[in-house]
Design a protein around this ligand. Structure first.
Ligand code: GLU
Length: 547
């Protein structure tokens, strides 16, 4: 067969040669060891937790090595495309500080960065493969192929288009010419040079060295619409864009040998690969399973924005999933950027990290506890503006009061860790707002009604807004003594029979009376913020309910 003639017949519109593109896309001028990585989503608008995970690893590897991280849109599968999908993805990543050095809207010398605009490039290389006798047109219909699959299933044979099943491998030039004249549609297939017993050794950055069976399938490399599927596009793009390291989901691992064959056939050097196992979770029945787009709301990154988990916390959480030693590092480097962390593939899980909302909540509480009250306010306020009208109004009308609330137990060596996401912030401090206070509080059973009443009736005369914390607490002790409670807890413990309770009990009665809760942050600060008038009103309300 005259392969040159065949190439002209199949791709008459292509007048360029691979050399043209090789000249156009020069080697990158980067320092030694610099990694060129990319995030290559399909424009579905949706960023899956696993995808963010992968893009973060890609971004870190590029940043760490003074390399390049670029965005490539893989839109050759038009069926999956969503309008505005690219902006959606870029915005989500941006909100996580994952920024690109190159891409269609970021500039760069290696574009177009959108696959649907690279048809001419793909076809140039496809034509070259035909010229070299490494690819051929296939006219098999869907019915032909499903019949083939049925036979293979029945005979328990390897599935795919290979050996005796690869019928179109043997078409003569004349037959091909005739079919094209008849207007028959065709795809281009790669003529796989390997057989059933061939093996290939691969070296994955996460999984290590492995020997896997060679692909034997004559894969489709140009679809009937003229665009390549992922396999050929991946090889050509990553070659021409000078990608050095491909970090992607492990759903691609089984096709790795096919991809490597294409690199080989095209004369390209393959990049390094790291295949990331899917993020898993423990489901309702206690089983470990893949985080699912369909079943798990937290699989969609919008979930974290909607619930108001701060980006910094989610990033920290992602980092703990990426590298198990991140948490120790973070404990020592509270305020450092995640990009300063010494990332390594070696400490990455080859079996898949486990998503755990409880853990995220803990990390988030820790993260928020280290922010200033003004930072917490700004983040929560921005969230409320978008997602919670009531909270937004409350924060707008009572900014200083909120700042005060958010400052309680904050600037201290062990700051309070109570807020994990903005959606619950109002609920956490609801008792600070009169609209939620009806005076119907429930005191712990151990207190006698007459003691509670005494405290409620007398406290107003003991409270002075100007008192320092120590003075304030002394007055609680004075009150305790007046009603037959011990001034000191120790005193009470030594001789419990002699007292009706102790100063801590008096605090608890006051706490429950003004907040309705037994557990709150620093009571002194709460009382100060509420102010004398409001305290008095609350105590009266409780007393009324009491009678
Ligand atoms: N478009 C592919 C995907 O979304 C990209 C895989 C890769 O990173 O190479 O899975």
């Amino acid at each position: 067969m005259d392969y040159n003639k065949l190439a002209e017949l199949l791709f008459p519109e292509i007048d360029k040669t691979p050399d043209y593109w090789e000249q156009k896309y020069k080697d990158r001028n980067l320092p030694q060891g610099a990694e060129v990585t990319r995030y290559a989503p399909s424009p579905t608008g949706f960023v899956h937790f696993g995808a963010l995970f992968a893009s973060l690893v890609n971004c870190i590897c590029a940043k760490h090595s003074n390399g390049v991280f670029y965005l490539r849109i893989e839109d050759t599968d038009k069926k999956r495309e969503v309008e505005g999908g690219v902006e959606g993805i870029v915005n989500t990543l941006k909100s996580f500080d994952i920024n690109f050095d190159e891409g269609q809207s970021f500039g760069g010398e290696y574009g177009p960065y959108i696959q649907s605009e690279r048809e001419e490039i793909y076809k140039t290389y496809a034509k070259e493969l035909v010229k070299n006798g490494k690819a051929y047109p296939c006219f098999c219909s869907e019915e032909d192929l499903s019949q083939m699959r049925e036979t293979q299933e029945k005979n328990k044979e390897n599935m795919g288009y290979y050996g005796k099943y690869a019928k179109c491998r043997n078409l003569s030039f004349e037959e091909i010419e005739q079919k094209i004249k008849n207007g028959e549609k065709f795809v281009l297939r790669f003529k796989c040079p390997y057989g059933e017993n061939d093996k290939v050794e691969i070296d994955d950055m996460i999984r290590g060295k492995r020997t896997i069976p060679q692909n034997i399938n004559d894969a489709v490399i140009i679809k009937s619409n003229g665009l390549p599927p992922y396999n050929l596009a991946h090889a050509i793009d990553d070659h021409l864009m000078k990608t050095t390291l491909v970090i992607r989901g492990d759903e691609w691992f089984p096709s790795l040998s096919e991809h490597l064959q294409l690199f080989e056939a095209l004369g390209f050097r393959a990049p390094k690969y790291a295949h990331i196992s899917p993020i898993q979770k423990i489901d309702e029945n206690g089983n470990r399973r893949k985080l699912s787009k369909r079943k798990d709301p937290e699989a969609n990154m919008d979930y974290f924005a909607e619930n108001g988990y701060p980006v910094g916390a989610v990033k920290d959480y992602l980092m703990t999933l990426i590298n198990s030693d991140f948490e120790d590092w973070r404990a020592k480097n509270t305020f450092a950027s995640i990009f300063d962390f010494d990332f390594s593939f070696k400490t990455m899980s080859a079996s898949g990290s486990l998503f755990d909302l409880v853990k995220l909540t803990d990390i988030s509480k820790n993260y928020i506890s280290h922010l200033k009250n003004t930072e917490v306010f700004d983040l929560a306020y921005a969230w409320a503006k978008k997602y919670d009208e009531n909270l937004f109004k409350s924060m707008t009308n009572s900014k200083d009061y909120w700042l005060g609330i958010l400052n309680i137990d904050r600037d201290i060596p062990k700051p309070r860790k109570d807020i994990s996401h903005w959606k619950e912030i109002y609920q956490i401090y609801s008792y600070m707002f009169d609209e939620n206070f009806d005076g119907k509080v429930v005191f712990p059973e151990k207190f006698q009604n007459e003691d509670i009443k005494k405290v409620l009736e007398m406290y107003d005369s003991f409270y002075d807004e100007k008192d320092e914390q120590s003075v304030w607490f002394n007055k609680i002790k004075d009150l305790s003594e007046k009603i037959g409670f011990a001034r000191e807890v120790k005193e009470f413990k030594q001789n419990p029979e002699a007292f009706r309770g102790h100063c801590g009990d008096v605090s608890t009665i006051i706490r429950v009376a003004v907040t309705g809760r037994e557990q709150t942050p620093n009571l002194y600060e709460i009382l100060k913020l509420l102010g004398k008038t409001r305290i008095k009103q609350r105590l009266q309300k409780v007393l009324q309910n009491f009678e």
